[in-house]
Design a protein around this ligand. Structure first.
Ligand code: FE2
Length: 151
């Protein structure tokens, strides 16, 4: 516990972000498994693509924390306590699944842009570049998901 109290604000933000991506990862896996209806094939594949991306981000954020000399959250319990995104134990419709993912990505982008600013102020270019790239990429994904919903 003492170690986490010594953590810098940037480390806390990175750990919370990692935790958010773990929640999103599991949500996407659940949607990949349980989506039904005429959109099954497209969404089943899209959710897999998105959970693979989320898993890569979890790994990169953990390694960024380690490189900064901080310990990443390593248990699901710890990650759930840190996460700001919420799990989904329900069975949403296919469209609601897409809407939930788009909303989570929008929430993440607010956190990413805030962390990008904080990293810039702290002079941590590696963190800044990492989260900036995520936010830029997710803006495109959000546009595609919203376009799907309005089609
Ligand atoms: Fe699968």
């Amino acid at each position: 516990m003492k170690e986490s109290m010594r953590q810098q604000p940037l480390d806390q933000d990175l750990a919370a972000l990692l935790a958010d991506y773990q929640v999103l990862y599991m949500k996407l896996r659940g949607y990949h498994w349980t989506v039904t209806g005429p959109l099954f094939f497209g969404l089943h594949a899209k959710f897999e693509e998105l959970y693979d991306e989320a898993a890569e981000k979890v790994d990169a954020l953990a390694e960024r924390l380690a490189a900064r000399g901080a310990r990443p959250p390593v248990t699901l319990r710890e990650q759930l306590a840190l996460a700001r995104l919420k799990e989904d134990a329900g069975q949403p419709s296919a469209n609601d699944m897409v809407r939930n993912v788009a909303t989570d990505l929008e929430t993440l982008n607010v956190s990413l842009r805030a962390l990008e600013q904080a990293a810039t102020r702290a002079g941590d270019a590696a963190t800044q570049n990492l989260v900036q790239g995520y936010a830029d990429g997710q803006e495109k994904t959000i546009w595609m998901l919203r376009a799907f919903l309005h089609g």
